[in-house]
Design a protein around this ligand. Structure first.
Ligand code: FAD
Length: 469
């Protein structure tokens, strides 16, 4: 049975749909079961963030699927972080060296629909309105689905791949069969989405004179479109990512307890007072703050750790179902797309032994998923706090200088994660060695020109291994 070219995927989200595309393009007979209705017919029924940052790892998967042109048409380039200080000053911290090192904001719904379209074009079969309700394993997988009317549909398949997201039903069934070593660590902070409308949709009363004249010139973005905006405020922050049609999705991240937190900021009036105090330049841009705050739920954030991702050759987890992470490196989907590429390659090279494919997939991907989980947690502190910290900014500046002087050895960790496909675990280890060096070189200093760069050069040569070409 494991020799079968039939592959069953649960979940037609971002990772499930890309995996279906890559496998169908390689000649596998793929069937995907999805609990939601077909978004191509019913419209995309959101859930998580409205837009996401796409970086090199994700782009690579889309490239292999032949989808870059389609997706780039939907994407907005983000050159760096636009930091909004309390006093209203803004400052662009570039992500990379130039416009060849940028990230892209894409609509989750449009990306998901494009992926489903592509997978269907390649021959994958989608069965919508099928919620996995339970599974039993042993010489294959027996899956029970429920449709919206509550009717059950049972199937038996050689194996099932769970791409059903952080709350995976397949994972729950696998865990019941044989414990996977599941640990879910809540971040203790949540998020709420708000919106800066495009200038064309901004109520006239909310337009300031600059915006009114920008609109008359045909511009649609109320703030710089080619940046990921951040309002870092210590223990909490707001961010905003551009959408292709001119709006921005704003995400307010707050702790669950303390002040301010979602416990104290629990009404539109409290949110307005918080924005007046801490995000004063953003407030006039969010005309529907009260409504958005009242209607949009508080999203929870957590990291999922598992000791095992597969049950022999009967079932395997991929994407968020295996390794949901916090969103602060913008890598959850990017990492899941790497999963899809790796798994499709393994299936294509497979000798027919599903258990061996799943074990090899877990061996290759699990250390990397753990590394990006750790880096994503660290990045929350960097985004909400460090980007306003002079010592951090000095280390960052020196890091850029060293990267220019030693392009063969020194690369900022953000760049390794975002602009390369170096395994995450390697980026984590190299980043730790570089950070230690930067801390030593900047100790007691306030400016780069106070640092002995020739001594720094020698230290880089001695302590940082050459990058693989
Ligand atoms: C606020 C926020 C911002 C983020 N920003 C970024 C970013 O900028 N960049 C980035 O790379 N990542 C980002 N992420 C992470 C990204 O959203 C996830 O990593 C990505 O969605 C994982 O894809 P997936 O296909 O594994 O899971 P999902 O996208 O969750 O898809 C799971 C699919 O399975 C279906 N499903 C669920 N249960 C069942 C069931 N029982 N039966 C059948 N189908 C089922 C769901 O309907 C869904 O279609 C962010 C996440 C959050 C929460």
């Amino acid at each position: 049975m494991p020799n079968s070219k039939d592959i069953t995927i649960v979940g037609a989200g971002l990772v499930g749909a890309l995996l279906a595309t890559l496998l169908a393009q390689r000649g596998f007979a793929v069937t995907v079961y999805e609990r939601r209705p077909d978004p191509r017919v019913a419209g995309y029924a959101g859930g998580r963030s409205i837009n996401l940052a796409l970086a090199e790892r994700g782009l690579h998967g889309l490239r292999l699927a032949g989808m870059t042109d389609t997706i780039m048409e939907l994407a907005v380039m983000m050159r760096g972080r636009m930091v909004h200080h309390r006093d209203g000053r803004t400052e662009l911290l570039r992500y990379g060296r130039d416009d060849s090192e940028v990230i892209w904001s894409v609509s989750r719904g449009r990306l998901n629909i494009a992926l489903i379209d592509e997978a269907a074009k390649a021959g994958a079969r989608f069965v919508f309105d099928r919620r996995l309700a339970g599974a039993k394993f042993g010489d294959g997988a027996a899956l029970r689905f429920e449709d919206e009317a509550g009717e059950t549909h049972d199937i038996r398949v050689p194996f099932a791949i769970g791409a059903d997201g952080a709350g995976s039903a397949l994972r729950a069934a696998m865990n019941a069969e044989s414990p996977l070593g599941e640990r879910i660590e809540p971040l203790g902070h949540g998020y709420k989405e708000l919106e800066i409308p495009s200038l064309t949709n901004m109520p006239e009363s909310a337009l300031v004179p600059d915006e009114a004249s920008a609109l008359s010139r045909g511009e649609v973005f109320a703030i710089e479109p080619h940046a990921l905006h951040i309002w870092p405020r210590g223990n909490y922050m707001c961010i905003a990512l551009p959408n292709a049609e001119g709006s921005f999705t704003v995400t307010l991240f707050l702790p669950g307890e303390g002040d301010p937190s979602f416990a104290t900021i629990d009404s539109p009036a409290a949110a307005r007072a918080l924005f007046e105090r801490d995000f004063a330049d953003a407030l006039p841009l969010i005309p529907d703050l009260d409504k958005d705050f009242a209607e949009n739920p508080v999203g929870v954030l957590a990291t999922l750790y598992l000791d095992h991702w597969h049950l022999g050759g009967n079932a395997l987890l991929v994407g968020d179902a295996a390794h949901a992470i916090v969103p602060f490196h913008g890598q959850g989907m990017n990492c899941g797309f790497e999963d899809a590429v790796e798994l499709a390659d393994l299936f294509a090279a497979d000798s027919g032994d599903a258990a061996a494919v799943f074990a090899e997939f877990e061996r290759r991907r699990r250390p990397n998923a753990a590394a990006i989980a750790a880096m994503a947690l660290e990045n929350y502190v960097e985004m909400r706090d460090s980007v306003a910290d002079p010592a951090f900014l000095l280390r960052r500046e020196l890091g850029r200088v060293l990267a220019q002087r030693h392009p063969d050895r020194f690369m900022p960790r953000y760049s390794m994660v975002t602009f390369t496909r170096m395994p995450y675990a390697q980026a984590l280890a190299r980043g730790a060695a570089q950070e230690q060096l930067l801390r030593e070189l900047t100790a007691g200093k306030t400016r780069v020109d106070e640092i002995d760069l020739e001594g720094a050069d020698r230290a880089v040569q001695r302590r940082i291994e050459p990058l693989a070409s």
